[in-house]
Design a protein around this ligand. Structure first.
Ligand SMILES: [Zn+2]
Length: 228
């Protein structure tokens, strides 16, 4: 499986940078009042809950959320936000940049792209599979929020239609990656060896693929979006 790498979500917990991810502290508990406050250069939402720590999060759609304990005084929250204001502004700039890079299409255009993806990826898969000496089942073209492609245990392949917007060599990498799972259902050194036999510069392509993470809707991408 290949996951994109969405760098949009960033959070800071009590001064520590947690990077993209979900909060690890405690179970989900009741949330409370949500208020909007203003800071220098951005607005933020305060979400109170039965947590013990403060955290700031810049979401992928460019909102700033501050989570804090139920009864924490507002001035303490404000001081925390002020202290990390520069960090928030930097991450917001990054998120906005990524949102601008993201192409927006109409439904009709998406239908056309999906059809183009179906034809192109079916052909590619057939070509690479013959070369690699592997078989596969059905090919499905999906609107997948988090993945470029996947391969099931039965050998059915899923590809994200967004692939059709990417350079050919990156599409080839994704196809070869999924077909290599027909031999190795993991990402072991043996797996990468199979990929490398077909695409010697696969590492560079894999890295370039990450640059296209912004092509997928940030609001539907879960926070643990990482490369596989
Ligand atoms: Zn994989």
């Amino acid at each position: 499986m290949i996951r994109g790498n969405m760098r949009g979500l960033s959070q800071m917990e009590d001064g520590k940078t947690a990077g993209a991810g979900v909060f690890g502290c405690g179970k989900v508990r009741e949330k409370s009042v949500s208020a909007v406050e203003h800071a220098d250069g951005f607005d933020y939402e305060i979400v109170r809950s039965r947590r013990r720590t403060l955290s700031i999060q810049v979401t992928r759609d460019g909102r700033v959320e501050v989570r804090c304990p139920m009864r924490m005084p507002l001035r303490q929250v404000r001081a925390f936000v002020e202290e990390h204001g520069e960090w928030v502004r930097q991450h917001l700039a990054g998120v906005r940049e990524q949102m601008e890079e993201r192409p927006i299409f109409t439904e009709a255009e998406i239908r056309q792209y999906r059809e183009k993806a179906r034809r192109g990826l079916t052909e590619k898969t057939g070509w690479w599979a013959a070369r690699m000496g592997v078989t596969y089942g059905r090919i499905a073209i999906r609107q997948q929020a988090t993945r470029w492609g996947s391969c099931s245990a039965k050998g059915n392949l899923n590809f994200n239609w967004v692939l059709v917007l990417l350079p050919e060599e990156l599409q080839d990498y994704v196809v070869v990656h999924e077909l290599a799972h027909r031999r190795e259902m993991n990402h072991s050194p043996r797996f990468w060896k199979i990929v490398e036999e077909q695409i010697p510069d696969y590492a560079a392509r894999r890295k370039r693929l990450k640059e296209y993470a912004g092509y997928v809707d940030p609001q539907t991408a879960p926070p643990d979006w990482e490369d596989g």
